[in-house]
Design a protein around this ligand. Structure first.
Ligand code: FA5
Length: 357
């Protein structure tokens, strides 16, 4: 027979509480069980309040028995609480686990914001494709050049007035004014010719796209960092007609047949004769505007027959070989094809502009 205090059978009370503690399936449910069996309104607390009518001896015995019940149930509750808390932590961990193999259903998936190539890169790729289609190879060269490659090997000696055509950024490397950010892609011609001579791989039919740098003040059709695509053909029996034909083919492929163009005599120290290639300004259709400085024409590039002095400088036999070269602005081509009134828009990184192309 168990101990009874007042009307409360303590063994039965502990048994019922134990069963409820074990049945509690969450820490919240366990809190409720604890309140029911040990809280202020529990039967245990109610019995305690009747102690006033007991003798001192009875009080001591009953008090000790109730204390025993309390500590038994406290122990059971905290044991159960630990087990439940551990299980809940595990559940949370499981829920938080990142499943890298998970396939998110299409209707839940957020659309990917996929970037795309900048218009200048697209234009470069498109121009390369046109030339590859004509049998040219694509070559690359350094953006930092020595004075020799950027100027001297191209028949532009130190005091030559033509140096003024290219406002140069000099680097503080080596002797003063000997290392430059290339002002045009023409020095890549020199690298290719040297390689072809060294490896005995003439003829050359190549284009060389890349970045160029000049101390130009940016305006509607100039940037300080821009892009050119250089072309070089060195072979036997090459004439100016071949040059004109190549320019005609590539500009028609890029701009379409409706574009009107002209070749104007010009001067470059490394070509003779030399010309500038111009097209009708696409912004004003030739009427004259701010972009073309009211001329109605936009220069896309320079070209000419490779000067025999340049062939001599790299050791190519000018009595056997001849060639032509050209250098066109890639940014300028894109500007005219997409009728961009101010070239600076290409590099200002305004997404509303860039995303149109
Ligand atoms: C040259 O750079 C010569 N190397 C071209 C050449 C190559 C002539 C081979 C003969 C044989 P020019 O400085 O004119 O030439 O530049 C050629 C083209 O590059 C220009 O017509 C223009 O389209 C582009 N360009 C030049 N400077 C800038 C600039 N600051 N910003 C944007 N485009 C430019």
């Amino acid at each position: 027979m168990g101990v009874t205090v007042g009307t409360l059978d303590l063994d039965a009370y502990v048994g019922a509480a134990d069963a409820a503690i074990r049945a509690a399936s969450s820490t919240d449910a366990l809190d409720a069980v604890a309140a029911e069996y040990l809280g202020k309104k529990s039967q245990l607390a109610l019995v305690q309040r009747t102690f006033g009518s007991l003798s001192d001896e009875e009080k001591r015995t009953a008090g000790a028995a109730l204390q025993q019940v309390r500590s038994t149930l406290d122990g059971a509750i905290s044991g159960r609480r630990e087990a439940l808390a551990a299980a809940e932590r595990l559940e949370q961990l499981e829920a938080d686990r990142l499943d890298l193999t998970e396939v998110v259903p299409a209707q839940v998936r957020r659309p990917l914001r996929r970037g795309h190539q900048h218009l200048i890169s697209q234009t470069q790729a498109e121009l390369e494709d046109v030339f590859v289609g004509m049998g040219f190879t694509v070559a690359d060269g350094p953006e930092v050049e020595t004075d020799w490659y950027n100027f001297e090997a191209l028949n532009i000696p130190p005091a030559h007035p033509a140096r003024g055509m290219w406002d140069t950024f000099y680097l503080e490397l080596g002797d003063p004014e000997t290392v430059v950010l290339r002002t045009h892609t023409s020095p890549v011609q020199v690298h290719l010719m040297e390689e072809a001579v060294a490896n005995n791989t003439l003829p050359i039919h190549a284009v060389m796209p890349g970045r160029c740098f000049r101390r130009d003040t940016p305006d509607a059709r100039h940037l300080h960092t821009f892009h050119q695509i250089e072309g070089l053909v060195i072979d036997e029996g090459i004439t100016f007609t071949d040059l004109a034909g190549v320019i005609q083919t590539f500009t028609t492929a890029y701009f379409g047949p409706a574009m009107s163009s002209r070749l104007r005599p010009a001067f470059f120290p490394f070509t003779e004769p030399s010309a500038e290639f111009e097209i009708t300004c696409a912004i004003c259709q030739g009427a004259g505007c701010r972009t073309c400085s009211q001329t109605g024409w936009i220069e896309l590039g320079g070209c000419g027959m490779v000067d025999p002095a340049v062939l001599d400088a790299v050791g190519i036999d000018a009595t056997r070989y001849s060639g032509f070269a050209f250098g066109f602005g890639i940014d300028r081509c894109a500007q005219m094809r997409y009728q961009i009134a101010d070239m600076r828009a290409l590099v200002e990184n305004d997404l509303r502009f860039v995303e149109q192309f």
